[in-house]
Design a binder for this molecule. Structure first.
Ligand code: FNR
Length: 365
C-alpha cells in the first residue's frame, strides 16, 4: 500500500518493528499526557488563509543567523537516539537522506554510529559536498570528556552545539518499564562515546551521565570550550528564554523531549507564543514535538518559530524503508508545507505571521 502520510509510515513501522523497539520510539513518560498533547495542540489552531495573493512558487529557505548559509527548509531532524534499532544502516542512512535533501541533521550524542562516520556519510551525500550538521550534547559531569566530544564534533564539521537541558534525571517511560527495555541489545552501542585507550584501540562506550547538579554556569563553561553557536534545547518557560538570552546563547529550542521527560509539561506549541513574545526576534527559535504534517510546521512558524524539529516522524520513515523512508517523510512534510503556503497565499516564510492562525473554537476529538 502506498504511503500517503506520516501516519501511514507510523502504521507500517509498528508492523515491522519488534514491540519493545516500537514502544521505545513511540512512548513518552508516565501517562503520556504531554506526548499526546504535543500533537493535539496543533489542532487547537486553525489556519486563516488569504486569497488571491500571487505565490506561483514558494521559497522555503530560512536563515537562522546573519551570515550563516540558509537552510533549504525550516524542517530539521531533531536529535533522536539509537537509529540502528530502526534500520541496520542507522544514522548513516538518516544522514545520507537528510544531506541529499540539504536538510539539517541534529545528531544525538546517543547515536549508534560514531559522529565522525555520520559526518563522513553526510558530507559524502550532500550535493555541495558539505552537509548541514549540528551536534546534540548532554554536558557530562566529566568536563574533560565533554570538551573532547566538542573537539571531535568541531573537527568533523558540525556547525552548532545543541545542549539538551531538560534531562537533569532520566524520564521514566512506562512502556519501556513493562517491556524491560533499558539497554541497547547486544551488538549495538553508543559509538560516539568510545575513546581511544592506552593501546590505541577504542575502549567500551562510556555511559551517558545525567546531572541534577547543573546550573546555568554549564552554558558559560561550554562557551569557553568552543566558538560554535550554542543552542539550548528543552526550554518551556518564558523566564528561561530570557535567561538564555542573558547567557548569550545563539538560539532557543523549545522542547519537552517529545513528552519523554516531564509528563505534565505543556505542549510545546502552547508555550511558543509567550516565548516568542519575550524573545521578540532577538534570537531564532526552534520548536519540536508532535509535528506530523506540513500544516503543523506552518502553524508553528506562524506562532513564532523559525524552524521546526521532527523526531519520531523521521524514525518511522527509517524503520519502514531505511534512508528512502527518511527521504520520503521529509519530502511529504516539505510538499505539505509548500501546498499549505500556496493555499495561504505566502510565497516565502517572511510572509508567515501570527495573522495566519487563529484559535479553533472547539478542540477536535
Ligand atoms: C528523543 N529525543 C532526544 N532528544 C535529545 O536531545 N537527545 C536524544 O538523544 C534524544 N533521543 C530521543 C529518542 C527518541 C526515540 C525520541 C522519540 C526522542 C527528543 C527529540 O529530540 C525531540 O525533542 C522529540 O522527538 C520531538 O517530538 P516528536 O517529533 O518525536 O513528536
Amino acid at each position: 500500500m502506498p504511503f500517503a502520510s506520516v501516519k501511514d509510515m507510523r502504521r507500517e513501522a509498528r508492523r515491522r518493528l519488534p514491540r519493545a523497539v516500537f514502544d521505545f520510539f513511540a512512548g513518552g513518560a508516565d501517562d503520556e499526557v504531554t506526548l499526546r498533547d504535543n500533537a493535539r495542540a496543533f489542532q487547537r489552531w486553525a489556519l486563516l488563509p488569504r486569497i488571491l495573493r500571487p505565490c506561483p512558487s514558494r521559497h522555503l529557505g530560512v536563515s537562522l543567523w546573519k551570515n550563516d548559509a540558509p537552510l533549504a527548509m525550516p524542517i530539521v531532524a531533531a536529535p533522536t537516539a539509537f537509529h540502528r534499532l530502526a534500520h541496520p544502516e542507522g544514522e548513516l542512512g538518516t544522514a545520507r537522506a537528510l544531506a541529499q535533501a540539504d536538510a539539517l541533521f541534529i545528531v544525538s550524542m546517543a547515536s549508534t554510529v560514531a559522529l565522525e562516520d555520520i559526518a563522513a556519510a553526510a558530507h559524502g551525500a550532500a550535493k555541495s559536498g558539505h552537509a548541514r550538521l549540528w551536534f546534540q550534547l548532554y554536558v557530562q559531569p566529566d568536563r574533560a570528556f565533554t570538551a573532547r566530544l566538542i573537539r571531535r564534533a568541531e573537527a568533523a564539521g558540525f556547525e552548532a552545539l545543541v545542549i539538551t537541558v531538560d534531562s537533569p534525571v532520566f524520564g521514566r517511560r512506562d512502556r519501556d518499564w513493562r517491556n524491560g527495555f533499558f539497554d541497547l541489545p547486544a551488538g549495538l552501542s553508543c559509538e560516539t562515546l568510545r575513546e581511544p585507550q592506552g593501546d590505541g584501540q577504542l575502549g567500551p562506550p562510556r555511559p551517558i551521565a545525567f546531572s541534577a547538579a547543573f546550573s546555568w554556569s554549564i552554558v558559560d563553561e561550554v562557551r569557553k570550550m568552543t566558538s560554535l553557536p550554542i543552542v539550548l534545547k528543552g526550554i518551556l518557560h518564558p523566564a528561561d528564554a530570557l535567561l538564555a538570552l542573558e547567557h548569550e546563547v545563539s538560539a532557543i529550542y523549545i522542547s519537552n523531549h517529545g513528552g519523554r521527560q516531564l509528563d505534565g509539561a505543556p505542549a510545546t506549541l502552547d508555550v511558543l507564543p509567550a516565548i516568542a513574545r519575550v524573545v521578540a526576534g532577538r534570537l531564532p527559535i526552534l520548536v519540536d514535538g508532535g509535528v506530523r504534517r506540513g500544516t503543523d510546521v506552518l502553524k508553528a512558524l506562524a506562532l513564532g518559530a523559525n524552524a521546526v524539529g521532527v523526531g519520531r516522524s523521521l524514525l518511522w520513515g527509517l524503520a519502514t524503508e531505511g534512508p528512502d523512508g527518511v527521504a520520503r517523510v521529509l519530502a511529504m512534510l516539505r510538499d505539505e508545507l509548500d501546498r499549505a503556503l500556496a493555499m495561504c497565499g505566502c510565497s516565502s516564510l517572511d510572509e508567515v505571521s501570527p495573522a495566519l492562525v487563529g484559535p479553533r473554537r472547539e478542540p477536535l476529538k
